[in-house]
Design a protein. Structure first.
Length: 66
């Protein structure tokens, strides 16, 4: 869901609305995986534009679910 090639921008907002309904362990696991990816990407120090887009998407998901 964080890859623009797999989920184009025009569908990302629909995905976020779907994720709003996550409950229980599905929500918890999604948040944990997103947080792990943020830490991994932040540690890499890479400024790749594709990676920046993924980090922005991850932050959107975390903001929604936290």
């Amino acid at each position: 869901m964080y890859d623009e090639d797999k989920v184009p921008g025009k569908y990302f907002s629909i995905l976020l609305r779907y994720l709003e309904g996550l409950q229980g362990s599905a929500r918890t696991v999604t948040v944990q995986k997103a947080e792990a990816l943020v830490k991994e990407y932040d540690a890499s120090g890479t400024e790749d534009p594709g990676l920046l887009e993924k980090r922005e998407r991850i932050r959107n998901v975390l903001q929604l679910l936290s």
